[in-house]
Ligand binder design. Structure first.
Ligand SMILES: Nc1nc2c(ncn2[C@@H]2O[C@H](COP(=O)(O)OP(=O)(O)OP(=O)(O)O)[C@@H](O)[C@H]2O)c(=O)[nH]1
Ligand SMILES: [Mg+2]
Length: 344
């Protein structure tokens, strides 16, 4: 630990990258812009593209106009697969429906609808482990450090902006760390989110060492008794190995301040990537170890069934889902609400 601090002090003395804290705006500047965006999107409307993949053409079945039997199950199977529910989860759903039909537990459209919802919720439920519960734990670290990772364009920086909003609404104090020092304009993008949320942003500019930026942020948050630090990271470096090495270094360096930090390593994935997103998650998990996921852009894709694939193949909590570009379009993942919105 001491060796690191000595090295760091030496670096700081010679480095051209000074740490800068962009302070929050004054309260009066913020009120108008925050209240203008107060209305959260309606979930079933946001999930419309995926919902239509499920329900277009199924209305006759659900309204009881067609017989409940093999034809219906085949149709449903096709629809589940096209929404990227994946083979495993689809098989579970169809097999369970089949057995309930055989045992006459399902005998009309209503019982079919109810059972389908019940099976789908049961698949997703293990992924519903809200991050706010973890943070609310009396033993939770302060500051609670969230390291946000993922490939470029997945929605990391935007989700950090939304997360800052979510936590400040809960009365938590938040600080952001501009750890994407690779992409030009990434720092400014995060600073804008900081201003919109009225929270400070720690930066050292483009080209700085991300581990140093995030270390400084956590140190500053500790002295200011800030509740939560959310750190942005680059999505692309020259090679994928470079990226993983950089993320591993950030984790190592943070560990010198607090052996348990980062307390959450959150991967952001774009739902539109479908099954490919699963490979990404596995790769990051194998390299650096993840503790949770945020699945974004569910509003822009018909592949929202990816959540079921995630639940079946990855043993990781889905902390949040992103359903739009507005500041409050990120919500804690709720399995029951999600399935109801899909089957509405
Ligand atoms: N429709 C929609 N767009 C989103 C959502 N989340 C993020 N986006 C958009 O996705 C684009 C990329 O988002 P960023 O937050 O910049 O992605 P990033 O992962 O930080 O990308 P890099 O910094 O390049 O690694 C932006 O245009 C966002 O507005 C979402 O839930 N829904
Ligand atoms: Mg970014």
């Amino acid at each position: 630990m001491f060796g690191f601090i000595k090295r760091k002090q030496k670096n700081t003395a010679t480095a051209s990258k000074a740490t800068v804290e962009t302070p929050p705006l004054s309260d009066s500047t913020l009120t108008d812009s925050a209240s203008a965006e107060d209305k959260p999107a309606d979930l079933s409307q946001s999930l419309e593209k995926t919902r239509r993949t499920f329900s277009d053409g199924m209305a006759d079945f659900f309204l009881g106009k067609k017989n409940i039997g093999d034809e219906l199950l085949e149709e449903l199977e096709t629809r589940l697969l096209s929404a990227d529910v994946g083979v495993d989860a689809t098989t579970t759903i169809i097999d369970e429906l089949q057995s309930n039909i055989s045992r006459k537990v399902i005998n009309d459209a209503e019982s079919l609808h109810l059972k389908l919802a019940e099976i789908m919720k049961a698949i997703l439920l293990p992924c519903e482990q809200p991050l706010s519960n973890v943070i609310a734990d009396t033993k939770a670290a302060k500051p609670f450090v969230i390291l946000v990772v993922g490939i470029n364009g997945a929605g990391k920086t935007t989700s950090i902006g939304k997360l800052a909003n979510y936590f400040t609404r809960q009365g938590k104090s938040v600080m952001l760390a501009a750890g994407d020092t690779f992409r030009a304009a990434a720092v400014e993008q995060l600073q804008e989110w900081g201003q919109r949320n009225n929270v400070p942003v720690i930066t050292q500019g483009t080209g700085a060492d991300p581990a140093s930026v995030i270390y400084d942020a956590v140190e500053s948050a500790t002295s200011k008794k800030i509740d939560i630090v959310i750190a942005d990271t680059a999505g692309r470096l020259h090679t994928q190995n470079n990226l993983m090495d950089e993320l591993a270094k950030i984790k190592r360096v943070l560990g010198k301040l607090d052996a348990d930090a980062p307390h959450e390593t959150l991967i952001v994935i774009d739902a539109g990537f479908g099954q490919n997103a699963l490979h990404q998650v596995q790769q990051f998990h194998d390299s650096i170890g993840l503790t949770g996921m945020a699945v974004t852009k569910l509003d822009g894709t018909a592949k929202g069934g990816i959540l079921f694939s995630i639940a079946k193949t990855l043993n990781l909590p889905v902390r949040f889902i992103g359903v739009g570009e507005k500041i409050n379009d990120l919500r804690p993942f709720d399995a029951s609400e999600f399935v109801d919105a899909l089957l509405e």
